[in-house]
Design a protein around this ligand. Structure first.
Ligand code: RAM
Length: 524
């Protein structure tokens, strides 16, 4: 279980001008009517996974008279985000009792079989997309108030009476997104797997692009800074909705707290509000989102507005350094995210991320022609690179270690490569050596895999990067992904940071970046 770090004091500073700019950029959502493509029946296979063993046309739906204990499963053909209306009726004598039904929405097939009653993890059970409803009067058109993220819907009758059965005349969904897939050109390749990986990435991104870049439309349905950074990158190469990135950058910048910190995430409703959670790495990475945005748009006004906030995050980050010039070990807390890997020590990666963000800060300062900042950041960055080597490099193992127990993890090596603590050739050797050693503390999120792929590409290992993308995201497709998942550990497919995969998100923004890599570095 993760320990959640709640700040004792939390004073929000609103920048009304920034919030106004963000409000003016609020998108209109595109909608589309979606109908089920088939009715399915499922059964467990020898690996205890659900499989479709029978299917019928959705036209057969209204012919079914459902009694207590009976159910239908509708397959909408792909992952959607939207609102659902059920057109329900009855068959038999007059409805002499409420119809009591259970609905379960699932992003992927296996979720339909997940045991939800016993879920007792550390994040809310409320995220599980299931409803228990009493329907007093039939026929009725029931528009469900929640927005769902789903491909499958199971409708189960818990109770009717001996005198009537439930009839589901029609189930309709209205999908919503700030963008439409029609806006994106096809990937120029004949390679079927790459085409599929690209399409699934785009679908993932699209379904997370709502009034802001959400992290996941099932959960947490809010905007996390670290997720935003990767979504924005994929978005430049696909939908190119730069207004959405600008809006999100201004929202974060317009809602800082205490000494000018950026929140790790923003809640959107009832009003936009920052979470009282600070993530060291996410706050520092804001500068890279600003730089990417400026490079994609040349929008100098936005750069002028947001530059001070990005630099402020670095200044705050530097206040955490101890007398040895390293970031103290906060690994037991939810303070520097890095990855969800069980037992991961994040101390060395925190320093690497600080160095990485300083390099982005220098690039921003160059665009701003801010000589003073260029100078102090460059000097300080060199000092930190040295302390990274002094404290965390293990010459014998030829790997970086982290924490008092000198843990060797994939994440630490990847972030040290991205921080460019060594020159390119030594970085290349480091990443290849990491692959060879295959440290036991592995990467488990597509977020961390993104950084691994980035590190390979920056080390001139493009072919290896492509191979790894095929292996990781390709394997997820092989395991049935219509949209990419929040967490995927090929070594443990049922891994969850929350206590059960029932609350994992299966359309998660930070996993959408293969389309960015493919379109930026390979098939341009
Ligand atoms: C989870 C969400 C989100 C991520 C944070 C750190 O709660 O999956 O996407 O950014 O963790």
């Amino acid at each position: 279980m993760a320990s959640v770090c709640i700040l004792d004091e939390f004073e929000v500073h609103k920048n009304e001008k920034f919030l106004r700019i963000a409000e003016e950029l609020k998108p209109e959502l595109h909608t589309a009517d979606i109908l089920p493509e088939r009715i399915i029946k499922t059964a467990e296979n020898e690996k205890s996974e659900l499989e479709v063993y029978e299917e019928e046309s959705p036209d057969k739906l209204k012919e079914k008279h459902l009694n207590a204990g009976e159910s239908v499963i509708l397959d909408f053909g792909n992952h959607h985000v939207g609102y659902v209306t059920l057109d329900l009726g009855s068959f038999g004598s007059h409805q002499d009792a409420p119809a009591y039904i259970y609905l379960k929405f699932a992003e992927r097939l296996d979720e339909l079989g997940a045991e939800t009653d016993s879920y007792n993890g550390w994040i809310s059970k409320g995220w599980i997309q299931e409803e228990y409803l009493h329907i007093d009067v039939l026929p009725t058109k029931l528009k469900l108030p929640r927005r769902y993220a789903f491909r499958y819907l199971e409708i189960r009758v818990l109770a009717v009476s001996l005198k009537f059965s439930l009839v589901v005349n029609e189930v309709k969904a209205e999908s919503v997104s700030a963008v439409s897939e029609k806006e994106v050109s096809m990937l120029r390749t004949e390679d079927e797997l790459l085409k599929k990986i690209d399409a699934v990435s785009i679908r993932t991104l699209k379904n997370c692009m709502q009034l802001v870049f959400e992290d996941g439309p099932k959960r947490d349905r809010r905007m996390w800074l670290g997720d935003l950074r990767l979504q924005a990158r994929a978005n430049y190469k696909t939908f190119h909705n730069t207004d959405m990135v600008k809006r999100c950058l201004y929202l974060f910048g317009g809602l800082t707290f205490n000494e000018g910190k950026l929140a790790a995430c923003l809640f959107l409703e009832p009003e936009i509000e920052p979470d009282d959670t600070y993530l060291f790495d996410y706050a520092l990475l804001y500068g890279s989102v600003v730089l990417d945005y400026y490079r994609a748009t040349g929008d100098k006004d936005t750069l002028n507005d947001l530059y001070p906030i990005a630099i402020r995050q670095i200044e705050i980050g530097l206040t955490y350094l101890n007398e040895e010039g390293i970031v103290p070990d906060h690994s037991g807390e939810f303070w520097c995210f890095v990855d969800w890997g069980e037992g991961l020590n994040t101390q060395a990666a925190s320093l690497a991320i600080l160095i990485y963000s300083m390099r982005y800060g220098i690039r921003l300062a160059e665009y701003m022609k801010d000589e003073k900042t260029i100078q102090w950041l460059t000097e300080k960055m060199e000092v930190l690179k040295q302390s990274a080597v002094e404290h965390f490099w293990d010459e014998e193992q030829k790997l970086f270690v982290s924490g008092a127990e000198r843990q060797v993890s994939w994440a630490t090596q990847v972030w040290m490569v991205l921080a460019r603590v060594f020159d390119k050739e030594k970085n290349r050797k480091l990443i290849l050596h990491t692959i060879e050693v295959n440290p036991r503390i592995r990467m488990v999120t597509p977020y961390m895999y993104h950084h691994y792929i980035d590190a390979l590409i920056r080390s001139d290992e493009k072919e290896r990067a492509l191979y790894e993308m095929r292996r990781y995201w390709g394997e997820m497709i092989h395991d049935g992904a219509d949209t990419f998942w929040e967490l995927y550990n090929p070594y443990n497919k049922y891994e969850s940071p929350y206590g059960s995969v029932a609350v994992n998100s299966f359309c998660h923004a930070w996993s959408c970046t293969p389309t960015y890599f493919l379109r930026k570095f390979y098939l341009v």
